[in-house]
Design a protein around this ligand. Structure first.
Ligand code: ADP
Ligand code: ASP
Ligand code: MG
Length: 404
């Protein structure tokens, strides 16, 4: 008998018909003699809809109340999934994050897991029940509901698999695995049969939303091997583990698109040591992550600093920066619009030259204008206009022969 942790994402539980299909799939594992813990997301669209409603009152709603609101989406799905299993004659109980003992810190909307007690999950399993746990949510030490950041049901599943020492962890989604690029954008993207945590973490951090980046980081830290696969077919998916074969020989392993970036420019700030440090410290203290950065060469003792933040943080960043600029004569802040970040990733880049040349040549041949650039030893990223994102991803995918 194996202990299996499965996670079903928003599209997989998008309506009652799909929830019944998920229940049928779970039943096959129960009939096979396994113990099953299932993590489910909110129906697709529900979390976005709740966020939009909250924002009718304020661009920055109170974060504790936000968590109270957002946790509703997953709570609907756990109950419906349990009922669907009952309709098939399978014993099942639902548990909220709090009931499953998912204890977090109090950083509302992006809480970190500090401990998982598991609640009474073990007892339920021993009674032959499937346990359906609400993804994305936990509880802090004071009993407040918390959430784990967008896409956080992935983290709930990986963390539960680690805490329960599950034999198998399966992440069911609406594509058949992790591909060399988003298969909805790049039609000839290839499924990657096996990959390392490092490689997937880089893809996820760069905006491939197939897995939440934090969940991959957690899996790496706790050595949770997992499979990303489809809830709509029975194809083998992508196995993610510490060492994956042959990737050293592959220079580029994937292309990622992130459409969630906003460009911010702070103009006419003093061109002297400490200016950037002050700005980034204040943003950091407000919990804002800064991504791509360029500083224009100063003129007349003044400089301009341009960088990107996640779209969700733009309003907060603007507030922090306006307060900063209030004390500096002539300094101004402008939110210069949403952009896309397109990246190529590959650990093989460490030992190969010519990648940057091919990358920028490809963009040039497609008349794509680059606004910001960042690189690391295993990736190159550019900020470009949102309209150019699909073209850039397809062109780079072809240029690096990822379809071969
Ligand atoms: P879920 O609701 O199951 O958590 P998500 O929408 O969060 O699903 O993630 C799955 C989506 O990720 C896919 O529909 C696909 O469009 C997108 N995606 C982006 N990059 C990739 C990639 N490299 N491989 C597979 N899917 C990707
Ligand atoms: N429902 C949450 C979200 O949309 C969590 C998840 O789906 O993983 O971000
Ligand atoms: Mg997701």
């Amino acid at each position: 008998m194996s202990l299996i942790v499965q996670k079903y994402g928003g599209t997989s539980v998008g309506d009652t018909g799909r929830i019944l299909n998920v229940a049928k799939r779970i039943k096959t594992f129960v009939d096979g003699g396994n113990q099953v813990v299932v993590v489910v997301s909110a129906r697709s669209g529900v979390t976005n809809e709740l966020i939009a409603r909250a924002k009718t009152f304020s661009p920055e709603p109170d974060e504790r109340e936000m968590d109270m609101l957002l946790a509703v989406g997953e709570q609907e799905t756990i109950a419906l999934t349990a009922m669907a299993l009952h309709s098939l004659g399978v014993k099942a109980v639902s548990r909220t994050g709090a009931q499953a003992g998912i204890i977090t810190d109090d950083a509302h909307t992006r809480a970190r897991i500090v401990e998982i007690t598991g609640g009474d999950i073990r007892e339920c399993l021993d009674r032959g029940e499937v346990v359906i746990v609400a993804g994305f949510q936990g509880i802090d030490r004071h009993g407040n509901v918390s959430t784990l950041g967008r896409g956080g049901s992935d983290l709930s599943a990986i963390a539960l698999a680690a805490a329960l020492k599950a034999d198998v962890c399966q992440i069911y989604t609406d594509v058949s695995g992790v591909y060399t690029a988003d298969p909805r954008v790049v039609k000839n993207a290839r499924k990657i049969p096996e990959m390392s945590y490092e490689e997937l973490l880089e893809m996820a951090s760069l905006g491939s939303k197939v897995m939440q980046a934090r969940s991959v980081e957690f899996a790496q830290k706790h050595n949770v091997v997992f499979e990303v696969r489809s809830s709509f077919n029975n194809e083998p998916g992508t196995i993610v583990k510490s060492e994956a074969p042959s990737l050293e020989d592959v220079v580029i392993s994937g292309v990622a698109i992130d459409r969630n970036q906003t460009k911010v420019t702070v103009s006419d700030i003093p061109d002297k040591p400490g200016t950037a440090a002050d700005i980034f410290r204040e943003l950091g203290e407000a919990g804002i992550v800064v991504d791509m950065i360029v500083q224009n060469v100063g003129r007349g003792g003044k400089a301009n600093l341009t960088f990107t933040v996640s779209k969700d943080d733009a309003a907060k960043a603007e507030k922090v920066l306006r307060a900063h600029c209030d004390g500096i004569k002539g300094a101004t802040v402008s939110i210069t619009g949403d952009i896309a970040k397109v990246s190529v990733i590959g650990t093989g880049m460490r030992s190969h030259s010519g990648v940057a040349a091919k990358f920028f040549q490809t963009l040039a041949e497609n008349s794509i204008n680059v606004q910001i650039i960042t690189t690391s030893e295993i990736k190159i990223s550019v900020g470009i206009s949102l309209e150019d994102a699909d073209l850039a991803a397809n062109a780079l995918h072809a240029a690096f022969a990822l379809d071969k």
